[in-house]
Design a protein around this ligand. Structure first.
Ligand code: CA
Length: 257
């Protein structure tokens, strides 16, 4: 049994996959627990010159995305471990590129739920491959061109949503638009941009110092300690026990989504 209406590769007459103008093909992560559907998706995406990563469970998906952030995610909701909606929530803590849900759940509640937590589009099974590919192209086009494309432009830190593009920090729980905002200094923004741009990675103190203050400041770790303490005081729920802006003693700092 397949949940696909049409598994034949889509005709090649249309313009190539978005990204054909980029230096590399777009990388798509398929998160799906049905092997035959994963296979059909992989064949069709490769035929359209996309690079493809696959994951069978939610946890595999989160690990794969963190290891090599894809240009878009095609995500089933009914997964063997964690629910796909949960995967969207976790991804959206740091991941900005398109997420397209591909699910057998057809109720408006499921669709609204997935879109509300950050999915870009929702395709119901059974589906036509040509339609899914068209939605994927549209999502990638919308995502192209923005400053810092492919890099996280928003991050959740404690109860704050940090928007790097707008230089704005708002309460993450403000459903009806931002009511509470927080001011950061230009130095604090530059530090955050470096750390949040590489989620989960250790960034050396010298690299941050020279990136923010310039060459010759690589040893001024006291500058960085001071400003990191200020950032934690503003953003972390408990600045004494930071969960997102972490110190790696003797080495540097890490933004943990
Ligand atoms: Ca499934």
């Amino acid at each position: 049994m397949t949940e696909l209406e049409d598994v034949r590769p889509e005709p090649q007459g249309l313009p190539g996959a978005p990204g054909s103008g980029r230096a590399r093909p777009s990388m798509i992560l398929i998160v799906e627990d049905q092997p035959e559907l994963t296979r059909a998706l992989r064949i069709n995406l490769r035929a359209r010159r996309y690079d493809v990563l696959t994951a069978r469970t939610g946890r595999e998906a989160l690990e794969a995305a963190a290891a090599e952030p894809p240009d878009a995610v095609i995500l089933d909701l009914g997964l063997p471990d964690i629910d796909g909606t949960e995967v969207i929530v976790e991804l959206r803590r740091w991941y900005q590129a398109p997420i397209i849900v591909l699910s057998g759940r057809t109720s408006p509640g499921d669709k609204i739920g997935a879109l509300d937590v950050g999915a870009d589009d929702y395709v119901t099974k059974p589906f036509a491959m040509a339609e899914l590919l068209a939605r994927l192209r549209a999502a990638l086009r919308r995502d192209e061109g923005g400053p810092g494309s492919g890099q996280p432009r928003q991050a959740l830190i404690g109860r704050w949503l940090v928007n790097l593009a707008a230089h704005q920090v708002t309460g993450a729980d403000d459903e009806d638009g931002p009511r509470v905002t927080l001011r950061l200094t230009p130095t604090e923004w530059r530090i955050l941009e470096i750390l949040v741009g590489r989620p989960g990675q250790l960034v050396g103190s010298a690299e941050i110092l020279t990136g923010v203050w310039g060459p010759g400041f690589g040893q001024r770790t006291n500058y960085l300690r001071f400003h990191m303490a200020r950032l934690r005081g503003k953003l972390e729920d408990n600045p004494a026990r930071p969960r997102h802006l972490l110190t790696e003693p003797g080495m540097g700092y890490r933004y943990q989504p």
